[in-house]
Design a binder for this molecule. Structure first.
Ligand code: BTN
Length: 326
């Protein structure tokens, strides 16, 4: 099977290409090219036949490019990145880096995928991950100093993502505790932090970020909740996926470096400026049952603060779901 990204790169000039020429350039049989084209179509890339012999792409495909991303991040961030791996397809970038972590891979590995076949969200949900449409990024990270609180990590990354999107020109970006990135109460992105570690090795974290950029409309029924993508948020004036990825990566690494030194002092305050439920009455589902209260923000450890009438209670990041009562 021919590498789909190489095939797209060959077709990305928008001109018609004959199967014969493509086969010669790739050093493969014409049948391999035909299969590659069928594979592109099956992944939702629109390929048009031109006459009997040629094909062209209906529109340019915005592919990820590790070099372009590296060039768009500052020196400090680059120093913290061991390597950026761009995969045409993977089960899940988080699962991939969890495996890399077990194998002892150094911190700072960044994994990006054009497509995830088993993209995972929080609490066992599926993260819909069509080809070359959105950002699916994971980072493998080991903290050197003190133990880092997972709640502070997840909410800190949430704030970093919200700030990165705002700096790109997106407005009304909001956060829903603990890990949702929203716009007008519709899901734009999510964060999935996973932790592993064995007695002989230091604990490591995999920080996964999914962001809808150009979600094809026909994927809507698979999503199962109100959603939005960055092109709707930015009215079509969307930066390339490489630029979005670079901005997210830079913000995430800056946050991780900060966390290594205790984290932001003003985390709770900055979170409040993005919290879509601040001051709202909510129902919080916990393994112990449903708790009702008014959202008061988060504490310094990223725990949700609920005013439950008689007293304020803090909830950590476990198996908790939040539902607005409207
Ligand atoms: C959520 O809101 O439920 C979290 C979604 C996290 C999705 C990202 S996409 C990149 C990384 N790989 C995964 O399989 N999941 C995360």
């Amino acid at each position: 099977m021919i590498d789909v990204c190489s095939l797209i790169r060959a077709l990305n000039d928008g001109k018609p290409h004959t199967g014969e020429r493509l086969a010669r350039n790739f050093g493969v049989a014409q049948m391999t090219i035909s299969r590659g084209i069928e594979h592109l179509k099956a992944m939702g890339i629109e390929v048009r036949a031109v006459g009997e012999q040629s094909h062209r792409l209906a529109r340019r495909v915005d592919l990820l490019d590790a070099q372009a991303i590296l060039q768009s991040i500052d020196k400090r961030t680059r120093a913290a990145v061991d390597r950026i791996e761009v995969l045409p397809e993977v089960d899940s970038t988080n699962a991939h880096l969890m495996r890399a972590g077990i194998a002892g891979t150094a911190a700072g590995l960044v994994c990006l995928a054009e497509r995830q076949t088993e993209g995972r969200g929080r609490r066992g949900r599926v993260w819909v991950s069509p080809f070359a449409a959105n950002v699916y990024m994971s980072l493998l990270w080991r903290f050197n100093g003190q133990a880092v609180n997972p709640g502070r990590l997840t909410t800190g990354i949430g704030v970093a993502v919200a700030e990165a999107l705002t700096s790109l020109g997106a407005t009304e970006i909001a956060l829903k505790w603990p890990n949702d990135v929203l716009w007008r109460r519709r899901k734009l992105g999510g964060i999935l932090v996973e932790r592993a570690g064995y007695a002989s090795r230091r604990i490591y974290f995999v920080i996964g970020i999914g962001l809808n950029v150009h979600m094809p409309e026909h994927y809507a029924p698979k999503i199962g909740q109100p959603w939005v993508d960055l092109s709707m948020v930015m009215n079509g004036a969307t930066p390339s996926r490489n630029e979005v990825t670079a901005r997210l990566l830079q913000a995430t690494i800056a946050e991780l470096v900060l966390l290594e030194h205790g984290g932001r002092k003003d985390l709770a305050q900055v979170w409040r400026s993005y919290d879509c439920n601040l001051g709202r009455p909510v129902a919080l589902r916990t393994p112990q049952g449903v708790q009702r209260g008014v959202v008061m923000g988060i504490d310094a450890d990223g725990r949700l603060l609920l005013n439950c009438g008689d007293r304020q209670r803090a909830f950590n990041c476990g198996e908790i779901s939040l539902r607005s009562v409207t």
